[in-house]
Write a protein that binds this ligand. Structure first.
Ligand code: ASP
Length: 332
């Protein structure tokens, strides 16, 4: 049986070499990272927050602040994501999010800790912080996932005040859309904050929150609240989260696949690359039409990201500060 390191060297070094030779991947120093993966699993000294997109930087930094003030990693994830949920100018997450085809903002979120506890809400309405309700599901019920009216009822039973989540600006935009029914550009119509983190003690956690695809069918649930699809955390291995077209990610349990590659020795970056490539190889669609993007961190504090969307960036925050990094673009 091969050790994780042997697997990493044999499979991922050759993957990177082949990818570089054939132009399969672009946008990042793949071979160098793979070398790092094979020979240097030195744990990072300190916490690290890794999240999808530039807008998630505030979440990373809030998370860092919470840890510095003595909060738990799960507190840091929840409070970090709440920052993004509050941002009315972000039209993909919670308040100010794009509504569904009926003009209703329906939200998806989930959270997971280092020992396989998870909580999730889907298609929840009138709730400012779905990430907090997901955590309540995890900590206060025997269930993992609540949806729709039941999720809302549970939130209210826990003392959460209902909030109108449809901003005037988004309502007007929806009315325009109703008149024309035109497909919005991809940039406008979706995004997610998936935030994964490793504490200074080596523990891992993650969370995810989104309003999903703009003008989706009422009741549509994406990958984000599905444990294993939009997010997965294995405290002994690493954590991964996704953004993109949920209908594609959820058919392959994308985030679980990333963690599974890490479990077999892959550096987080290679795990993300291999996941996107695997899904692209299996699926009849063109990879470039699938919108599959992942970011990941492992138990050593190493991070990486890859996607089929050329513009995919991810945010990384350590004690040294924050960085916005261009993720590796995987092309067919
Ligand atoms: N994955 C989200 C969804 O399908 C959207 C996104 O991240 O872009 O709902």
């Amino acid at each position: 049986m091969s050790t994780p390191q042997q697997f990493s060297r044999r499979t991922f070094l050759s993957t990177a070499a082949a990818a570089t030779a054939t132009g399969l991947v672009s946008g990042g120093p793949v071979a160098a990272d793979v070398m790092t993966a094979a020979v240097d699993p030195t744990p990072l000294d300190g916490p690290i927050f890794v999240s999808t997109h530039a807008f998630a930087r505030v979440a990373n930094e809030k998370g860092m602040e919470i840890l510095a003030a003595g909060g738990s990693l799960l507190d840091a994830i929840e409070m970090g994501i709440r920052e993004t949920e509050l941002d009315a100018d972000n039209h993909s997450v919670a308040f100010g999010g794009t509504p569904n085809a009926d003009g209703v903002v329906q939200l998806d979120a989930c959270i997971m800790d280092h020992i396989y506890n998870a909580g999730s809400v889907a298609a929840i309405e009138d709730i400012l912080h779905p990430i907090s309700v997901a955590r309540m599901v995890m900590e206060r019920t025997k269930h993992v996932m609540l949806v729709g009216a039941g999720a809302r009822k549970f939130a209210l039973s826990q003392g959460v005040e209902p909030t109108n989540m449809l901003t005037e600006d988004r309502r007007q935009r929806w009315e325009e859309w109703l008149k024309t029914q035109e497909a919005m550009s991809l940039e406008e119509s979706h995004d997610t904050i998936a935030l994964v983190a490793r504490g200074a003690d080596g523990k891992l956690s993650g969370g995810c929150s989104t309003s999903g695809w703009g003008y989706k069918m009422a009741g549509r649930v994406g990958d984000s609240p599905i444990i294993g699809s939009g997010l997965y955390v294995d405290g002994q291995v690493g954590a991964a989260g996704s953004t993109g077209l949920g209908e594609n990610v959820m058919r392959y349990c994308g985030s679980f696949m990333v963690v599974d590659f890490m479990a077999r020795g892959a550096h987080p970056q290679d795990a993300c690359i291999e996941t996107v490539r695997t899904m692209g190889r299996k699926d009849p669609q063109d990879l470039q039409d699938m919108s599959l993007n992942f970011c990941a961190v492992d138990r050593f504090g190493r991070h990486g990201a890859a996607g089929s969307d050329a513009g995919f960036h991810y945010s990384v925050t350590t004690r040294e500060g924050s960085q916005l990094i261009n993720a590796v673009t995987v092309v067919e």
